[in-house]
Design a protein. Sequence first.
Length: 94
Amino acid sequence: MSPQPPTPPAGPDDAAAEPALVGFTVDLTSQEVLRRAQVMEALGPDWDPIEVLRGEEAAYDLLYSGLDEAQQRMYDELVAAGVLPGRGHGRAAA
């Protein structure tokens, strides 16, 4: 990438002067507050994070329920390897 060409002088007196750098800062705090407010608004007043977690747990239990011996053995190996999180006593839900 080549450097940008210098800013052309504004008048005859500026011909010898180099352009000055202008410092600026960007405060993203207000944008983050706005983003969080919009997320909470989109979730709505009835959003219950505890109920959401319970639903995820129930879905996980259902996903790994009713495994046959080979599937259970594979599940246990994946849990032992750290690929899947353990459940209860290291067993999938029955």
